[in-house]
Design a binder for this molecule. Structure first.
Ligand SMILES: Nc1ncnc2c1ncn2[C@@H]1O[C@H](COP(=O)(O)OP(=O)(O)O)[C@@H](O)[C@H]1O
Ligand SMILES: [Mg+2]
Length: 322
């Protein structure tokens, strides 16, 4: 069976407010691949997931999931997928075990098999002790683990997870990561995961697409994305924050090939050859009597890549608008 996702020129415009949530998005996910859709709030991640899981229709474009067209054969698509949406409707009065058994009956298990499957899944997500408690009393982490178990009831070939770890504390996040890795490696489940966390995509995914404002701005393995950006990153903080504007301006004037970006109290300079350019930055600031509090040279993280790509986009938009 085919656990692929094929997306071509997908577009979604919400009539309400005429919002272009997804703009001409294309990508492929291979059978058994762990794919991450990385982007900030409002980027179009949930909209894409909803289209691929047949919950809403695209405005145009094409999507195939598990070999079936999401518009023409939605019931076939649904048979092979599991979905954990960002907002789920679980009944807070049911216990975790009851909720899982209910889900199993919905998927056509008989009573006995449904109970067995529920028990199995409770063990997998480590909720056996809490199985008899009402869901309304579960912590955030327990709810996410229950959500995950619910999506696994029918042993999906492709799993869609919309920000499964947002708002979780680190230990719960790591428990979910481990379970997702296991599903992907041992069962060969194709995973489509959305996230706002760069380290999550970096740590889990075989391949990442970065989505911003409805458009895919970069795709590659974590390693490729890091390589795209140049070799080194200079991060510096000034003694006197009021000099930041002038400092950025100076760098932009005097180091024209470099990308200079602000990040909170820091100035980031993306460079080819760190050590040489580090000295150049120090020299420029020295001349203008701008005091440096802290200066560091490092390889860019995915976080830095994201910042660079999205700020490049903003500049393009700005220059088109002028
Ligand atoms: N049902 C809807 N009606 C109108 N606009 C929507 C609807 N759902 C999402 N949007 C808008 O579409 C854009 C993308 O939203 P979404 O896909 O939820 O982003 P993400 O999941 O990446 O945070 C946002 O601007 C959001 O406000
Ligand atoms: Mg979302």
């Amino acid at each position: 069976m085919n656990g692929k996702i094929v997306v071509e020129n997908l577009t979604k415009t919400f009539k309400k407010g005429n919002v272009k949530a997804v703009k001409d998005v294309s990508f492929n996910v291979d059978d058994g691949e762990f794919f991450a859709f990385l982007g900030p709030n409002g980027a179009g991640k949930s909209t894409t997931v909803q289209i691929l899981t047949t919950l809403i229709n695209a405005s145009s474009g094409k999507a195939e999931v598990a070999g079936h067209d999401v518009i023409r054969e939605p019931e076939k698509v649904r048979r092979y997928i599991g979905v954990a949406l960002q907002e789920t409707g679980v009944d807070p009065d049911l216990t975790g075990r009851e909720m899982l058994e209910l889900q199993a009956y919905i998927f056509g298990f008989n009573k006995e098999d449904g109970k067995k499957r529920a028990q199995q899944l409770l063990e997998i997500v480590q909720l056996t002790e809490a199985a008899g408690r009402r869901i309304g009393n579960y912590s955030g982490g327990m709810r996410r683990r229950l959500d995950l178990a619910l999506t696994l009831v029918n042993e999906p070939k492709i799993l869609f997870l919309d920000e499964p770890t947002t708002g979780l504390d680190p230990s719960n996040r790591i428990a979910i990561w481990e379970e997702l890795r296991r599903l992907n490696k041992e069962n060969g489940t194709t995973i489509f995961l959305t996230t706002q966390y760069l380290e999550e995509a970096d740590s889990l995914a075989d391949r990442i697409s970065i989505i911003n404002d409805g458009e895919i701005v970069a795709t590659g393995t974590p390693k490729e994305l890091k390589a795209q950006i140049g070799n080194d990153l200079i991060a510096l903080a000034l003694k006197d924050q009021t000099q930041q504007d002038r400092a950025v301006q100076l760098l932009q004037q005097q180091m024209q090939d470099m990308d200079v970006i602000r990040k909170d109290e820091k100035i980031l300079v993306y460079v080819e050859e760190g050590t040489k350019e580090l000295l150049e930055v120090v020299r420029i600031f020295d001349q203008e009597q701008i005091g440096i509090e802290d200066i560091q040279l490092s390889s860019p993280t995915l976080d830095d890549i994201f910042l660079k790509i999205t700020s490049e986009q903003k500049e393009e938009v700005k220059s088109h608008g002028e």
